[in-house]
Design a protein around this ligand. Structure first.
Ligand SMILES: Cc1ncc(COP(=O)(O)O)c(C=O)c1O
Length: 365
């Protein structure tokens, strides 16, 4: 095999898209409600979609904002809550684009170490004694980039700390419904609804091109963010939102999720086995779902110019550095040894070959 194997962004493969069904839903949505769907308006999101989401999350429609993908909602939150001198906490490592977004809005972003069962509570408490963040950003289920899931006990502790110190928590859960094994833990919002913003999107469940993401948060905050959204993009992309509403109304989402899990599960198993077999000395995070396995390579691994050497060997890797924020304790972070391994968009053969190529680079000097 000589083709390059691409272990970079976690995107769904084309076979994941329910193309025909979406086409039907766009048609139906435009026929049903053209004067709303093709017009400016609905700044808080298409009302029938907000209605469906409010029902699912057990909240009022005033607590739901649907925007153009969840990353844009993160940016609106950042613009709203980050004031000069503000600090934001993330897991360490964390979603690279979130770190970039929060920094661009002026925050100092501090990374709190991630353990196999989620953020370190001890390190979080230590960091809270020095700074109370504007918000703590977490990806509690099958984290991007590491794959870790926050335990039930830690969810309780994070919620308690948020209430005690008075900071917001963003729980960003785009992978939550793609669980391959084990039991779902409750959302953080269940423990502290007045302190938690829950964010998710249809990018990983239907298609990222739709740009439909949403958040659930207290009504007062949603009102401010809606105004900021209106001032930024005037109206959200209503045809996409109406197609998603139609998709939900037809009861197609759960069968589609089941189909995606059947597609991704063998890829996840292959990646987990390949990492154990080829990289036995690495500290591997094998997730219970989602898109990413990750590894922390051993200290003695040859990681110098790993990205460049990988490219020459037909392997495209994402550099580890951008997943790391400023360390909470000033200690250097081993970002050059961190490798994220997305598995959903690759065949089992590509996964085996890619991990074999990676392992080959770590000894060769
Ligand atoms: C944790 C996380 N949050 C947000 C996003 C962005 O999602 P959206 O397409 O809804 O903007 C991603 C995409 O990879 C992600 O991994």
């Amino acid at each position: 095999m000589t083709d390059a194997i691409v272990f970079t962004r976690g995107v769904p493969p084309p076979e994941a898209f329910p193309t025909k069904q979406l086409a039907e839903c766009f048609d139906a949505a435009l026929e049903r409600d053209p004067s709303v769907v093709l017009q400016y308006g609905q700044q808080q999101g298409y009302q029938p979609l907000r209605h469906e989401l409010a029902r699912e999350y057990g909240v009022s429609e005033a607590e739901v904002l649907v925007g153009n993908g969840s990353l844009q909602l993160q940016d609106l939150v950042a613009a709203n809550l980050i004031h000069p001198g503000a600090v934001v906490f993330t897991e360490q490592p964390s979603y690279d684009r979130a770190i970039t977004t929060f920094r661009r809005r002026g925050a100092r972003v501090i990374g709190i170490p991630l353990e196999s069962d989620g953020i370190s509570i001890e390190a979080l408490e230590f960091a809270l004694k020095r700074n109370v963040p504007a918000f703590l950003y977490l990806v509690p289920d099958f984290q991007n980039p590491a794959g870790a899931t926050l335990s039930l006990e830690k969810r309780r502790r994070v919620a308690e700390l948020a209430e005690k110190y008075g900071f917001w928590v963003i729980e960003d859960v785009p992978y939550r419904k793609l669980r391959f094994r084990g039991e779902e833990a409750p959302l953080l919002r269940q423990f502290a609804p007045s302190r938690v913003m829950t964010m998710s999107s249809f990018s990983k469940l239907l298609s990222p091109g739709l740009r439909v993401g949403f958040m659930i948060a207290p009504a007062e905050l949603i009102k401010g963010l809606t105004k900021l959204g209106e001032d930024t993009y005037l109206s959200p992309v209503l045809p996409s939102q109406a197609a998603v509403a139609e998709y939900l109304r037809r009861g197609w989402l759960q069968p589609n999720i089941d189909r995606l899990k059947a597609l991704y599960r063998p890829r996840w198993e292959t990646m987990a086995n390949a990492v154990r077999r080829e990289l036995p000395e690495a500290q591997a995070f094998i997730p219970d779902g989602g898109f990413f396995v990750s590894v922390m390579l051993p200290e003695h691994a040859h990681t110098e110019n790993l990205i460049g050497r990988a490219k020459d060997a037909g392997l495209v890797l994402t550099p580890g550095g951008p997943f790391f924020a400023d360390p909470h304790d000033g200690m250097a972070v081993p970002s050059d040894r961190f490798v994220r391994l997305p598995f959903c968009a690759l065949t089992p053969d590509q996964i085996n070959e890619g991990v074999r190529r990676l392992a080959g680079l770590l000894h060769a000097r």
